[in-house]
Ligand binder design. Structure first.
Ligand code: C5P
Length: 402
């Protein structure tokens, strides 16, 4: 069931035939628990009456900058500040153009400019107008500024044309609204993430390592922080800058990574082991640079601690997600690793496809099933991974409550 409890949604309605669907949209949002306030352009009032929208939203409709009655009740700046989310549905080509150029020549454009809340538009227009390069350039400007563009859909149009340009259905818009608030679904959660390779010293100048770039871990850290999590990233040596709002602890060897993780694990809600931790390290590290005297040399190795297994056995065990980069039988080996290491979730992928690449495709494995994520940019796939983790956390807390 859709939940928008106590969410404040400012719905802007512009003048297109799809405005009649804004009535149903308002009803759906209100039913889901949202508080809805409505601003209409003069053209919108030609398609649907403010009275209808007032009855459905339970609030007086805002019609103009110079409307002294509504301004007295809640001024336009106050209204812009009030909103948790601004949705323009339908958004006509003309409105999109004016918004793209940051105009503030009427109430709705002014509200959009004055609001710091996330903004979404649900375009509705004739298919040729939608396809016009000018419209598309305007939409690109909006996207660059972080405005969400929902739809349009394709199909028969009021003018008789068939094609892209129909406003998406009210229930789809309402679902998008709900997912905007889910964006902070990790708010307050503490994430501990390992990333990058480790370096296992042979002597003061040499080490054993691997090709891990750290990109997946850094994408996960950045996306988790963007969704409100408090993120600590224990990182091996990589060429990446620290994502915003992420606390980064630099380490070199597996033992250092193990120590840093163990020091932080008790206060974590979620642990994600992304690091390509070296399985073995030289038994002894030479104090001086090893000389090239022998024709052959042997480096004796000893097993490194398995960080993720230790986290999973910890008394204050967080939710544990791991990665398995395999070169063969990716899913079967992943499933075996999930069980052996006692993980809640494992992302299995093909080792050769992923190192240093910007894109990735994984199979997410749990005890009960599997699902494909990607292929896609590591940031996009990271968001899907985090959604899955959020779902699992929710299921666990429900299980505890029940
Ligand atoms: O290397 P392996 O395939 O076993 O890695 C699977 C998972 O275990 C990964 O999530 C990795 O970060 C983690 N791991 C670890 N400590 C190790 C080896 C692997 O945390 N020593």
């Amino acid at each position: 069931m859709l939940s928008l409890t106590n969410k404040r949604i400012l719905l802007g309605i512009t003048g297109g035939i799809a405005a009649y669907k804004s009535a149903e949209l308002t009803r759906t949002l209100v039913k889901a628990g949202a508080e809805v306030r409505i601003a209409m352009t003069p053209a919108a009032t030609e398609f649907i009456t403010p009275l209808t929208m007032q009855a459905l939203s339970g609030n007086r409709v805002h019609l103009g900058l110079l409307d002294s009655e509504t301004e007295a009740a809640m001024g336009h700046i106050e209204l812009a500040r009030w909103a948790d989310l601004v949705v323009i549905a339908p958004a006509t080509a003309d409105f999109i153009a004016r918004m793209a150029h940051a105009q503030a020549d009427d109430l709705l454009t002014t509200l959009v400019l004055a609001s710091v809340a996330p903004i979404a538009v649900a375009p509705a227009m004739n298919q040729a107008m939608w396809g016009d390069t000018g419209t598309q350039a305007n939409l690109e400007l909006l996207r660059q500024r972080g405005v969400h563009v929902w739809g349009p859909g394709s199909g028969e149009q009021a003018c008789g044309d068939v094609g892209l340009g129909r406003m998406i259905e009210p229930d789809e818009i309402a679902t998008h609204c709900a997912s905007m608030f889910e964006a902070s679904k990790l708010a307050g959660k503490r994430f501990l993430i390992t990333g990058g390779p480790t370096r296992e010293a042979i002597d003061p100048v040499r080490f054993i390592s691997n090709h891990s770039s750290g990109k997946m871990a850094y994408a996960l850290a950045a996306e988790a922080a963007a969704e409100g999590a408090k993120v600590t990233l224990v990182s091996g040596p990589v060429q990446l800058s620290t994502p915003e709002s992420v606390e980064r602890i630099d380490v070199e060897s597996a033992e250092e990574m193990y120590a840093a993780v163990m020091a932080a694990v008790a206060s974590a809600d979620v642990f994600i082991g992304v690091a390509a931790v070296a399985d073995y390290r030289p038994t002894a590290v030479a104090n001086e640079k090893i000389k090239k005297t022998e024709a052959e040399m042997v480096i004796k190795l000893v097993k490194n601690p398995d960080i993720i297994s230790s986290v999973s056995e910890h008394s204050a065990r967080p939710f544990v997600a791991g990665f398995a980069a395999e070169t063969e039988n990716v899913v079967a080996n992943g499933q075996e690793k999930l069980e052996r290491k006692g993980l809640d979730l494992l992302f299995a992928n093909h080792a050769t496809d992923t190192f240093n690449s910007d894109s990735v495709a994984v199979t997410a494995l749990t005890k009960d099933g599997q699902q494909e994520l990607g292929p896609g940019n590591k940031h996009t796939v990271a968001r899907a991974m985090l959604s899955l983790i959020a779902e699992q956390l929710k299921a666990i807390s429900k299980g505890h409550a029940g």
